[in-house]
Design a protein around this ligand. Structure first.
Ligand code: PMV
Length: 303
């Protein structure tokens, strides 16, 4: 990999990045390895739910003694002693309530640093993809999947696009816009304390392969069945962890069950999933084309 050129003080970088919703969920990390998932995951990119971020390269040590999570990552990303990056960021949607703001947030942060350092000029496409994947994964695991459009698989340290003709419209139902009290990092740590975790690990590898197959063959019935099984088993792991996590509260549960009844009564093609929060995402099938990035490599839209 080429040496990174130190930018002039005051150089800024901008990026925006989309959120994503996992059909096969990442829940649990390998012990002893940093941000290595215990299972492969697969998501759909939510191109219209975005984070917009600006970074600036500054002289001197970072002021203050309690850097936040993004600042800690920025400090790791800055190889030059006596300098730091500052950032400002804005989400278009509620933060920290299970709509994967950390995925779009960390992806946009990594994109903004890449823009500030003009890495797409100094690195090959492959080096740049590897650099982005590395830092996104360390920032927030699921953000590695926000680097690409359409459907994206993440296995160990690598993310890749999954080819599919499936077109899904996406809708977020905000039942609870308030920040969650247990962050996903603590949740990942606790996953191993659930007796269901090992079962889910085996199960989700199989689900991953079958979801990829369903996406390839446009088999929406199978995709719906697997996606809904997957969120339920992940929440079962959460609820049986020590201490238990109840993102799946009674409002959320009621919505999911009413949604399934409403859908089945009308024989609609639609599915529901719930991430680490209490806000369901439903995906009715639609003729509307799902917006995809044309590139198979990381793409950041400037704003
Ligand atoms: O990337 P993290 O550490 O915020 O974890 C995300 C976990 C889930 O959203 C529940 C599942 C997923 O794969 O996105």
């Amino acid at each position: 990999m080429n040496e990174m050129q130190q930018p002039a003080v005051g150089t800024v970088g901008h990026a925006s990045a989309p959120s994503n919703i996992a059909l096969v969920k990442y829940w649990g990390k390998e012990p002893g390895a940093r941000q290595m998932p215990t299972n492969s995951s697969l998501s759909m990119t939510l191109s219209d739910l975005r984070t917009y971020t600006r970074v600036e390269f500054c002289r001197g040590p970072r002021p203050g003694d309690a850097p936040d999570r993004a600042e800690r990552l920025l400090d790791e990303m800055c190889p030059w002693q006596g300098y730091h990056f500052t950032y400002t960021t804005q989400n278009q949607f509620p933060t920290a309530c299970g709509i994967a703001s950390s995925a779009s947030g960390f992806c946009a942060l990594v994109g903004a640093v890449s823009d500030c350092l003009s890495l797409n000029e100094s690195m090959s496409v492959e080096e740049h993809a590897e650099w982005c994947q590395h830092w996104c994964r360390l920032g927030s695991g699921s953000s590695i999947r926000s680097l690409y459009g359409g459907f994206v698989a993440w296995e160990a340290a690598v993310a890749r696009r999954v080819e599919s003709v499936v077109n899904l419209m996406h809708m977020v139902v905000v039942l609870d816009p308030f920040p969650k009290t247990v962050g996903s990092n603590a949740g990942h740590e606790g996953a191993r304390t659930s007796p269901l975790h090992r079962i889910r690990q085996v199960d989700s590898q199989d689900t991953f392969a079958r979801v990829e197959g369903a996406l390839a063959s446009n088999d929406l019935k199978t995709l719906t069945k697997l996606t809904e099984h997957e969120y339920l088993i992940m929440h079962a792991v959460m609820m049986t962890s020590k201490p238990p996590i109840d993102y799946m509260n009674s409002d959320c549960l009621r919505f999911c069950s009413e949604f399934a009844k409403w859908r089945d009564a009308r024989s609609l093609s639609a599915m529901v999933t719930v991430d680490a929060g209490s806000n369901p995402c439903s995906s009715p099938n639609t003729k509307r084309r799902f917006v995809r990035f044309a590139s198979v490599f990381p793409t950041f839209n400037s704003f």
